[in-house]
Design a protein around this ligand. Structure first.
Ligand code: AMP
Ligand code: TRP
Length: 338
């Protein structure tokens, strides 16, 4: 049987489990905007059902769901060009997630490094959902037959698992139904690091607010955080090779490159030989220039949550139109009487 030709379609999601960071912006949202309006149909989701794999108070979940949606919109996701919605409004995610729980193997889940990191010594006491979540992520993607998934480096293993689930399903039921989704992980900001410790990922949680840039930070805060970020005593080298043992310096150069839509090499051809006294203020100014308008727009949007909810509800209707036939066909292939 010939492989079915799949519509070029992008799906990606962000968990509303706290505020958005510069890591989410550069590793995900900015790239989502870049893929919009071209060869792909683009579907972007606030994956609220993933957020509850760790405790969220109802008020926090509601607030963070709207804030992630506001972040998407403020950064340039256009609801006329992309489908933008929150996951829980399309119940097919949960349904396909269950079906995939019965396709994925426990051994596959046991290899997920993010689970091991997050559960740590507490593995007996985390939610079952945290363990099963990569299978729900596979459902998010395959429910739309998405061919491409832009994500940060930390999600690579989960997209590979999605391919394994698709392949096992196709093999077990002797069909060519689910595509082999490709992870899109590229550019200088695949992994934005903590501003205080360049060996750790910048994340929503974390002890000190100084270690991350929040997308809601105002201009002064952004500037102050970059100026106080940890560095080393050396000047900047001429090439990226010279940064291999300098994680904090490499991180700042990569952030600069991602914000300026260029490469680390190009940044160093301008700043090579310069010290931090020159580079940090330039980085702070660039970051304020690019990020402050987004945080201002997020504030404006958050003042009218009903409008955000309307946009997500409309997006969910469009998402559902794609998802329902694919879910129905999946049930059919598996032999459910309906
Ligand atoms: P999350 O906030 O965990 O739902 O992540 C949403 C998206 O942002 C995923 O594609 C992540 O890979 C990406 N992301 C989160 N933190 C970072 C980071 N520090 N650097 C690059 N990408 C990130
Ligand atoms: N697991 C992703 C994260 O933690 C979020 C996510 C859920 C996602 N479903 C997805 C990303 C589908 C891409 C595609 O960052």
């Amino acid at each position: 049987m010939d492989k079915p030709a799949f519509t070029p379609r992008v799906f990606s999601g962000i968990k509303p489990s706290g505020g958005l960071t510069l890591g989410n912006y550069l590793g995900a949202i900015k790239r989502f905007v870049g893929m919009q309006g071209g060869e792909f149909e683009t579907i972007y989701c606030v994956v609220d059902m993933h957020a509850i794999t760790v405790w969220q108070s109802p008020e926090d979940l509601r607030h963070a769901t709207r804030e992630v949606a506001a972040g998407y919109l403020a950064a340039g996701i256009d609801p006329d060009k992309s489908i933008l919605f929150n996951q829980s409004r399309v119940s097919a995610h949960a349904e396909l997630g269950w079906l995939f729980n019965c396709v994925a193997r426990v051994g596959w889940m046991n290899r997920m490094t993010q689970f091991k990191d997050k559960a740590g010594k507490n593995a007996e006491n985390v939610s079952l959902g945290l363990y099963a979540y990569p299978s729900l992520m596979a459902a998010d993607i395959l429910l739309y037959h998405a061919t491409h998934v832009p994500v940060g480096e930390d999600q690579k293993q989960h997209v590979e698992l999605t391919r394994d689930i698709a392949n096992k399903f196709n093999h077990d039921y002797k069909v060519d139904f689910f595509p082999e989704t490709v992870p899109v992980i590229e550019g200088p900001a695949m992994r934005v690091m903590n501003l205080r410790d360049g060996t750790k990922k910048m994340s929503k949680s974390g002890e000190s607010d100084m270690e991350r840039i929040n997308m809601t930070d105002d201009a002064d805060t952004i500037s102050k955080k970059f100026k106080k970020s940890r560095t080393d005593p050396d000047v900047l080298p001429e090439t990226m090779d010279g940064l291999s043992e300098r994680p904090e310096a490499r991180n700042l150069v990569n952030i600069y490159a991602a914000l300026a839509d260029t490469t680390g090499e190009a940044v160093l051809s301008e700043f090579g030989g310069e010290g931090w006294g020159k580079f940090k203020p330039a980085l702070a100014d660039l970051a304020v220039d690019k990020l402050a308008p987004i945080s201002t727009e997020m504030k404006r949007l958050m003042a009218d949550p009903a409008e955000i909810d309307r946009i997500m509800a409309k997006g969910a209707e469009k998402a559902n139109e794609i998802a329902q036939p694919i879910l129905a066909k999946t049930f059919d292939i598996m032999g459910f009487v309906r």
